[in-house]
Design a protein around this ligand. Structure first.
Ligand SMILES: [Zn+2]
Length: 312
């Protein structure tokens, strides 16, 4: 008999979904979101109380696992939310709002809101520099779509959106929606993101030629124009493979990504790559990490949510 992941109880039942979320968000027991105290709580069990409501002995306030998160006050049942998070986390090339709308039986508008909120949860909660310890970081750029106010042209890239990515070989990727590919834009970004003790590999693009000797421990370039793609460890194949998945997803799944949302979509591909199968992370574990991200975004949620509502 096959066991479909989608048959799991937390995908079928809202109360099971709440219990599942509690286990993800509170691995050491409930944490009061009002005062931050752990373990000083009891569950309210009155007839009129819905399950999963706790009362904090420290601050006397009530809370649930969804208080202050994007799930709070959502009309969508929690199990359907978990289905959406799972689908977005397990589909290598993403899943469109149209597909979510059809699969989950929700309106397109709701699907759009849900997927953007989930993308917010996929952002890295803590900033650490990439590379260091002599590790290799590849940097490269790719182009996508057409910038607002521009028209399609045959050559050049002036009219296209620019995505700049850094990938630590064997590690994580970090992508940025940048205004241009100049050293003025990219050098400060690289200095901010990458440790000095890093072996940087790029192509021979002019933005990278202007890096200083003192910026990184070493900087090797690969001469694509001369038809040379690999010299031992000097190549940008890792980042090019990443771009290939990203572009297949943007072209095949998302198609019309607006300039102002591009950053979020790219962040979604970064998240899946950083929690990829090759690092031993299963679809379920990747989903659990996104769920934990949702709970980390308690405080910032309201502002971003208001922003989203304005854009439709
Ligand atoms: Zn409290």
């Amino acid at each position: 008999m096959t066991t479909s992941n989608l048959n799991a109880p937390h995908f079928k039942d809202a109360d099971k979904a709440r219990q599942y979320l509690e286990a993800q968000v509170w691995p050491h027991g409930p944490v009061c979101p009002h005062c931050g105290v752990i373990g000083e709580h009891y569950e309210l069990k009155g007839k009129s109380t819905r399950p999963g409501v706790y009362k904090c002995r420290a601050c006397r306030d009530q809370f649930t696992v969804t208080v202050g998160t994007l799930f709070e006050r959502s009309k969508i049942p929690l199990n359907v939310w978990l289905q959406a998070v799972y689908l977005l986390c397990s589909s290598k090339k993403g899943i469109s709002s149209h597909q979510l709308h059809r699969t989950l039986g929700i309106t397109y508008k709701t699907a759009w809101f849900m997927s953007h909120r989930i993308r917010e949860a996929m952002k890295d909660p803590v900033f650490t520099k990439m590379g260091g310890g002599g590790k290799i970081v590849e940097a490269d750029e790719t182009f996508w779509g057409i910038k607002p106010g521009h028209h399609k042209k045959k050559g050049g890239s002036v009219h296209k959106e620019k995505i700049f990515s850094l990938v630590e070989r064997g590690g994580h990727v970090r992508s940025f929606h940048v205004p241009d590919i100049t050293s003025k834009t990219l050098r400060p970004l690289m200095l901010q993101q990458i440790e000095y003790d890093t072996r940087l590999v790029t192509d021979e693009g002019s933005a990278y030629r202007k890096l200083q000797r003192s910026d990184f421990k070493s900087h090797k370039t690969i001469k694509h124009k001369s038809g040379i793609y690999v010299r031992g460890q000097i190549h940008t194949n890792t980042i090019e493979n990443y771009f290939s998945t990203l572009k297949r997803g943007l072209h095949g799944t998302y198609q019309h990504v607006g300039s102002r949302h591009l950053k979020r979509y790219v962040g979604e591909f970064d998240f899946r790559y950083n929690n990829r199968m090759a690092l031993g992370i299963s679809d379920t574990e990747r989903t659990d990490r996104a769920l934990q991200g949702i709970s980390c975004k308690r405080l910032t949620y309201r502002r971003t949510d208001a922003e989203m509502e304005k854009t439709t």
